[in-house]
Ligand binder design. Sequence first.
Ligand SMILES: Nc1ncnc2c1ncn2[C@@H]1O[C@H](COP(=O)(O)OP(=O)(O)OP(=O)(O)O)[C@@H](O)[C@H]1O
Length: 454
Amino acid sequence: MESMKNIYKEEIFETLFENAFHCFVVVDDQGIVTCMNNTYCDFLEVEKSVVLGMHVTDVIENTRMHIVVKTGVEEIADLQYIRNNHMIANRIPVRSNGKIVGAVGTVLFRDTKEWMKMNSHIKDLLLELEHYRNQMKNKHGAIYSLHDIVGSSPELNEIKNKIKKISPGDVSVLLRGESGTGKELFAHSIHQLSERNMKPFVKVNCAAIPEHLLESELFGYKDGAFTGAKRGGKLGKFQLANGGTIFLDEIGDMPLSAQVKILRVLQEGEVEAVGAVEPEKVDVRIIAATNQPLEQLITEQQFREDLFYRINVVQIQIPSLRERVEDLRVLSKFILHKVTKRTGKRVINIDPAVLDRFSEYKWPGNIRELENVLESAVHLTSSETIRLEDLPDHIQPVYTLKQKGTLKEILETAEKQTIERILKKVDGDKQKATKLLGIGKSNLYEKIRKYELQ
Ligand SMILES: Nc1ncnc2c1ncn2[C@@H]1O[C@H](COP(=O)(O)OP(=O)(O)OP(=O)(O)O)[C@@H](O)[C@H]1O
């Protein structure tokens, strides 16, 4: 009777499991797949006979089933990125006599086509949201404040304090620093902390506007000012920023002709639109930014000295990323969180070796480069942790000769570290390692023995 009951249970289980619209997977206490229904196999495009017995991490992207059997904590309605789709996953530990014996996972969707439709709907909604966010940004201009500037190095704190002091006044500010150091973020913050924060913040990228359009872009034009001019004329950036702040980014790239006009705005508080009969009053605060050596441009007569003194009332030098290595860790975590939130891919850790490498690297593109490196690593990694091998080639560690010793010793260290890194990259697969290292199998085994690598 007892065995009949069990068969009956099994059949119910089998029928439910195989006929469900949802994806089901069961793992044992080691994270080994013991059951996977056809719906899930079809979705993953895998053969059931192949996946049974494999570790779940080798079968399902971004899975956490193996973690749930360790922690014993169920995870409900977690967003999981699988095969280019955002899926909703539930992971529930299974207990027997108080001991965790495995876990059951479900992934919510009915059929691939239906889910694809829903997924594309979500993507459309996200795009729409992005569009409205951008519209809001254009309306109010400044979206960042000091609060958004991540980092707590003494260098950064000093700048934040300076910004708090100078923001309330109307003084012109010149932000200097390499590309990607966050000058725009600081410009936003100055505006937010000023009394003009309810008025527009208008950004002008002086390097991006062609010289012949710069004047009409900055100061606008009147109706019929030139052939092809828009009927009714057009307001310039200065008029748009009236009462607020204008941020002249890359001011070192501004042509001399436009520099003269800007000087006039600063000296007289008025702008003259192209084709206008008389100038009009504007009240704007100027924040300028550059990564150019303005003093040198002055000696080369590429930048007006009088304009330099006008914009350079308060100067703030933003340090490069390599000058504030202490901020690297917190910045990396912050950026990782931002990227994973946007992409939906679950990557939660950064290997300490990666952070060590980051602190050695020079970061010529500063925080913008750090953002790009982490974004690419998030896409490339197949685990929840970003490891050295997920980094682009140019960031991979290079073995410098900082180390003391004879040439033989230095070469041996480099050889050992390279083999170690490659073995880690291929998860110990010697066949693959020999290919990547360009050496024979017996040579590899000999070196593994020599350096006691396994
Ligand atoms: N301290 C910071 N905390 C968080 N994000 C930052 C920080 N500094 C810079 N960023 C990010 O780095 C990227 C580059 O910043 P930003 O555009 O402000 O640099 P920039 O110095 O103005 O560069 P460029 O001179 O090329 O215009 C942006 O995506 C910005 O959000």
